[in-house]
Write a protein that binds this ligand. Structure first.
Ligand SMILES: [Zn+2]
Ligand SMILES: [Zn+2]
Length: 337
């Protein structure tokens, strides 16, 4: 997205999350295993790829186009087994010519065994398959956003969370341009791109005169399976949205601790402490009713929802969220639950 388009309000800066699988450990009749796609402009990032993900992708209507970046939080089977089926399909259909998989070392080793040991067995992948071991820090950078990995404590080593962050920018102020007599079109674009322009009547206009103060970009944080939250506060600080696992209710906190998972209460407390604006819970256990999960969270943090498969969330900048408070951020398909 160009600054000019953003400045003139043609495109709203945002990330869109499409949930494909929201169940913990094993699928249920209504929930598939962990998988979600984050969209930003033409970019598509699949985060985790539990068994059955490829069918969920088709059912969501997104299809496989542009799906060449896969980020994996950790190496447990409920987050990676779908990679085998996905690669098998890509081998037949050849719809993708390059596939990049990003994760910590432990998960990457297991994914390597799955893809090269089971799926390929010595055959050459018919696409450019690249496995990227990532460490905490920025590992993906585009013109207007970055993705940063951060450590997450869970069973297994090198588990990661991901922060998607639009670069900060100075918004274009159309009312100032209007007042100065800058016509819509290329001259406004030049100003947004930092160039001084000369109007038809000879007056010069500087970018400073039509750009507002620096605004932070949209921040969206995804945390997969996690056993504690105290080391996540900084990574989640002031996020416009936080997606995080909440496998257990507080009544089973001991079991959560034993299996290194979070309770709903812990996830909600993290949202409060980190000052996030919207909390979306996923990795939901079959043992609970959705309304019980929701009410435990709402007792601490009001702007919370429990993701369902095929839910779509648009994560916008905080001022957009406030302006759009009357329109639901979640676009949910009409499905009987
Ligand atoms: Zn899991
Ligand atoms: Zn796990």
């Amino acid at each position: 997205m160009g600054e000019a388009e953003r400045g003139q309000g043609i495109i709203t800066p945002m990330f869109e999350i499409v949930f494909l699988g929201t169940s913990a450990s094993a699928p249920s009749a209504r929930r598939g295993l962990s998988a979600q796609i984050v969209k930003h402009d033409e970019f598509r990032f699949l985060i985790d790829c539990g068994e059955g993900t490829q069918r969920q992708i088709l059912q969501s209507g997104l299809g496989f186009k542009h799906l060449n970046h896969i980020l994996v939080t950790h190496g447990h089977l409920d987050h990676i087994l779908g990679l085998a089926g996905l690669l098998s399909t890509f081998m037949r259909w050849e719809t993708i010519d390059e596939l990049n998989i990003y994760s910590g070392r432990w998960a990457l080793d297991r994914i390597h065994d799955l893809l090269y040991g089971v799926v390929l067995r010595g055959a050459q992948p018919p696409l450019k398959l690249q496995m990227h071991e990532i460490l905490p820090g920025v590992f993906f950078e585009a013109d207007d956003f970055t993705i940063t990995a951060f450590p997450v404590h869970h069973r297994g080593s090198e588990c990661l969370g991901f922060k998607f962050e639009e670069k900060s920018h100075r918004p274009f102020l159309p009312e100032n341009a209007e007042e100065l007599g800058v016509p819509p079109g290329p001259q406004r674009r030049d100003l947004v791109n930092g160039k001084v322009i000369t109007l038809a009547d000879g007056r010069r206009v500087r970018p400073d005169e039509v750009l507002g103060p620096l605004k932070p970009g949209v921040r969206f944080v995804h945390v997969g399976d996690a056993g504690r939250t105290e080391d996540l506060v900084e990574a989640c600080r002031q996020a416009d949205a936080l997606v995080i696992e909440s496998t257990y209710l507080e009544s089973e906190a001991e079991m959560a601790r034993q299996f290194s998972h979070l309770t709903v209460k812990q996830a909600a407390e993290l949202a409060v402490e980190a000052g996030v604006r919207q909390l979306i819970l996923t990795h939901i256990s079959r043992r609970y009713r959705e309304k019980d999960v929701l009410s435990e969270a709402q007792a601490l943090f009001s702007n919370v929802s429990v993701a369902r498969d095929f839910d779509v969330y648009q994560i916008k900048q905080s001022f957009d969220v406030l302006e759009a408070a009357s329109s639901p951020a979640r676009l949910r398909r009409e499905r009987p639950y």
